[in-house]
Structure formats: structure tokens, C-alpha cells
Design a protein around this ligand. Structure first.
Ligand SMILES: Cc1ncc(COP(=O)(O)O)c(C=O)c1O
Length: 429
């Protein structure tokens, strides 16, 4: 039996084998350098901005797309462009990134959280109805870790209650439900293109919609509340509150170049994920993610479930997870933690400060007393405690790395006594 690296053996994966995301080609470099030569660096009517919007709209299959400087700004535009504001509630999953809820708060509306599904990690549609009040205006499902939410069910429920649907697809470019891409179901939807995302340009985002009114409002929000039409004299007249959510041409050019490779990169992620999940199914102690029927994830993150009971290890989940993360890290197999608590457990929701003086919760338009308690979201708590994401399950890494990962998981799972020792040492420390 091979000695574990943590006890002096050879690591399964050599550190140099792991490549970072995104893959950068000469084509990417040339695209960015060409912006210098063009001498056009910014503007919503700049050539790369306009072309990128069309190309991303075509990729998703929507009528309108606006490029933004972040996913957070795109989500804010997605909320605000539908007329959601003071006194309104928006239903959001408890397991997400803070920005999802922030986008609601940024327009003075109130996020109401709902727990996630037991078997996947998106909003539990069966729990949405209990959260609907006369103030509810929209449901904001998040396609998390690349897993699309159950959009067929979300849309049916929204129709029943006459609610709008806003998508957070920041982690799910190209994910689909029954063959239909996320971003096309929703009234409005936001995407991120920050460094780690399936479509990466360092920073950035997209607002998408099929609704012309929402598109026009979002365009004003993006640029100071003004109507700025490329080729026409600027009026310098704000029609309402606006922000500065424009993107830079360097990034637009880089993003266009990356977008060309999105389908093939997503296909590689899927291939790696399918291999890992099939292999982990036979390795006690660790399991891959479950994909509900009809949902087509794009594996932004490859999620691993920790299963101490399969190895007969008598320890808490936290002890087993910490020990195996440490053992696998020594093998250069990194299992990272994304989110440490349900979003309603974050300090901002405990303090309910927002803009200060209790706003927006104390806004006279709201008038409801609510509280946020992370213990109201047991599935999210359990999910966070028992899962982590496996690093570098993306190109330019190859199947060789995935095979090494599996070799490492097998090596660790075949030595439960060594896991027990690491747990016992941690208890003593
Ligand atoms: C689910 C989710 N929503 C929103 C965001 C915000 O995107 P950005 O960082 O581009 O503002 C992110 C990005 O980290 C995210 O993962």
C-alpha cells in the first residue's frame, strides 16, 4: 500500500500538473492588443461591446443583451429593470453568493430566503409557496455551481402566483433544462464573467432579457440614468437613478475571444465531471454530485460529498471533512470551501443595517417585521457542512489529471486507519 503524502509518501498529483483557469491563447492576446491599435477604449457603443452583446445574445438565445462591468451590476439591472423597489419582496435561495441578495437590497427591496433541494443545490421549489406574501414580486432562482434550477417548476409556480422571475446565471453559462438554456426562461437574468467563471474575462457580466421595456430601463441604469444612443448627440439628461456599470473594451475584446471556446470548454468540464462521478460512485468516503433528470449542468464547480459512514469512521462530519481535506491536499488534490454559511446568516442580515438607519427593512413602504435566522435553512447548513468543490476540473487540464485525482481518492479511501489517525491527532491538538 502506498504511503500517504501527509505521512511522508509521494503526492499522487505533482503540483506542476495543475493548470489555472482560463486557458489563454495567442488569439486572446491579439484581441486585447488590437484594442490598443483601435484607440477605442470605452463606451457602450464601442465595437467590441456591441459585437459581444450580439454574440452572447446569440449564444443564449435571447433578444437583448447588455454587457456590464460585473455580475453584481447585471443582477441589479435585472431586478431594477422589472420595476421592483421599495416595499417589494424577492424570493432568493439561502445557498448562493451574497451578490444575489445584494442585487435585491440595492434597489431597496427585501430578500426572503428559501432553503435548497435535498439532492441538488438549487432553490427547493416545493418550499417557495410558503414564502410568498402579498409583497412578493419575484422569484430569483440561482443556477449554482453550474447546476440549473428546476426552471420548469419555477416558471409554473411563478405563473400560478403572477410573479416575475429573475435569474442568477453567474455560474451557469450554457446550462439548460430540458434543452432550453438558462437566461431564456426568466424575465431578466444576470451572468458574471469574472475570473473563475465558465466564460471568463477577468471581471464583467451580462444582463439579458426578451423584454424590450426591461432592456431599455436596464440600458439607462447602466449609464447614469441617461439614454445614450451610439452615433447620436448625447443629451446629458438623467431620466432617473443610474449607475456606472459600463465595461472596458480590453475586457470586451478578451471576452469575445473566450466566448468562441465556451461550448468546447463546457463540453470538457462535462466529460471530466461524468468520469469523476462514475469513479467516485465506487470509492467509499466520497461521492460526486447528483444531476436531477432534465437538468444539464455546466459544472462551474465540481462538488464532492463527504461520506464518513461509508468508511465506518466514527467522527463528526466536520472532523472527517477537515481530516480528508488535509490528507488530500498533501496529495495535491484540493477540495475548497465555497460559502461558510447560508446567506441569511451573514452579518448584514443579522444587523439589518443595509444603507444605515435600518434601511431598507425600516422603509415605510415595507412595514413588515422580519428576521433572518440561518437555522431556518437546515438543508443549506447540511450541504455546506458536507460538501466541497474539487479544484481545477476544467481545461486546459486534461483527463490525465482527473485520473490522478481518482487514484488519490482511492489511495486515501483504502487507508481509513490513517484517516482515523489524522482525526485523533486533530482532537489532541
Ligand atoms: C452566484 C453568483 N451570483 C453573483 C455573482 C456576482 O458576480 P460578480 O463577481 O461578477 O459581481 C457571483 C460571482 O462571484 C456568483 O457566483
Amino acid at each position: 500500500m502506498q504511503e500517504l503524502a501527509i505521512f511522508g509518501g509521494q503526492p499522487t498529483v505533482t503540483a506542476g500538473m495543475i493548470k489555472s483557469w482560463p486557458p489563454i491563447s495567442q488569439e486572446d492576446r491579439d484581441a486585447v492588443m488590437a484594442v490598443f491599435d483601435s484607440n477605442i477604449f470605452h463606451g457602450t457603443g464601442a465595437p467590441n461591446a456591441v459585437a459581444l452583446q450580439q454574440e452572447f445574445a446569440d449564444f443564449i438565445g435571447v433578444k437583448y443583451c447588455l454587457v456590464t462591468n460585473s455580475g453584481t451590476s447585471a443582477l441589479h439591472m435585472a431586478v431594477a429593470s422589472l420595476g421592483i423597489g421599495p416595499g417589494d419582496e424577492v424570493i432568493v435561495p439561502a445557498f448562493t453568493y451574497w451578490s444575489t441578495a445584494a442585487a435585491v437590497l440595492h434597489h431597496n427591496a427585501i430578500p426572503i430566503f428559501v432553503d435548497i433541494e435535498d439532492d441538488a443545490f438549487c432553490i427547493d421549489v416545493n418550499k417557495i409557496e410558503a414564502a410568498i406574501t402579498p409583497k412578493t414580486k419575484a422569484i430569483l432562482p440561482v443556477h449554482i455551481h453550474g447546476m440549473p434550477a428546476a426552471m420548469d417548476k419555477v416558471m409554473a409556480l411563478a405563473k400560478k402566483h403572477n410573479l416575475l422571475v429573475i435569474g442568477d446565471a453567474c455560474q451557469a453559462h450554457g446550462a439548460a433544462v430540458n434543452g432550453q438554456k438558462v437566461g431564456t426562461f426568466e424575465d431578466t437574468c444576470g451572468f458574471s464573467t469574472n475570473r473563475s467563471k465558465n466564460l471568463s474575462s477577468g471581471e464583467g457580466g451580462f444582463f439579458v432579457t426578451n423584454n424590450e421595456d426591461a432592456y431599455r430601463i436596464a440600458a439607462k441604469l447602466r449609464e447614469f440614468g441617461e439614454v445614450v444612443v451610439h452615433g447620436q448627440t448625447r443629451e446629458y439628461n438623467a431620466f432617473g437613478l443610474g449607475w456606472m456599470y459600463r465595461q472596458h473594451e480590453f475586457i470586451n475584446a478578451f471576452c469575445r475571444s473566450q466566448l468562441k471556446h465556451l461550448p468546447e470548454n463546457n463540453a470538457r468540464r462535462k466529460e471530466f465531471a461524468q468520469y469523476l462521478t462514475a469513479e467516485l460512485a465506487n470509492i467509499p468516503g466520497f461521492k460526486g454530485p447528483y444531476t436531477p433528470p432534465g437538468r444539464e449542468p455546466v459544472f462551474f464547480s465540481y462538488i464532492v460529498r463527504f461520506c464518513p459512514q461509508e468508511l465506518g469512521i466514527d467522527a463528526t462530519m466536520a472532523e472527517y471533512k477537515a481530516a480528508t481535506q488535509k490528507i488530500l491536499a498533501a496529495e495535491n488534490i484540493r477540495l475548497g470551501q465555497w460559502q461558510t454559511r447560508p446567506v441569511p446568516g451573514q452579518s448584514v442580515f443579522q444587523m439589518m443595517e443595509g444603507y444605515g438607519k435600518g434601511c431598507p427593512w425600516t422603509c415605510a413602504h415595507y412595514g413588515r417585521k422580519i428576521r433572518y435566522d440561518e437555522n431556518d435553512y437546515p438543508v443549506t447548513l447540511k450541504f455546506i457542512a458536507s460538501h466541497a468543490y474539487l479544484a481545477a476540473v476544467y481545461p486546459p487540464n486534461t483527463m490525465d489529471l482527473m485520473k490522478k485525482y481518482i487514484e488519490g481518492f482511492k489511495k486515501v479511501a483504502s487507508q481509513p486507519d490513517k484517516i482515523r489517525k489524522v482525526i485523533a491527532d486533530a482532537r489532541k491538538a
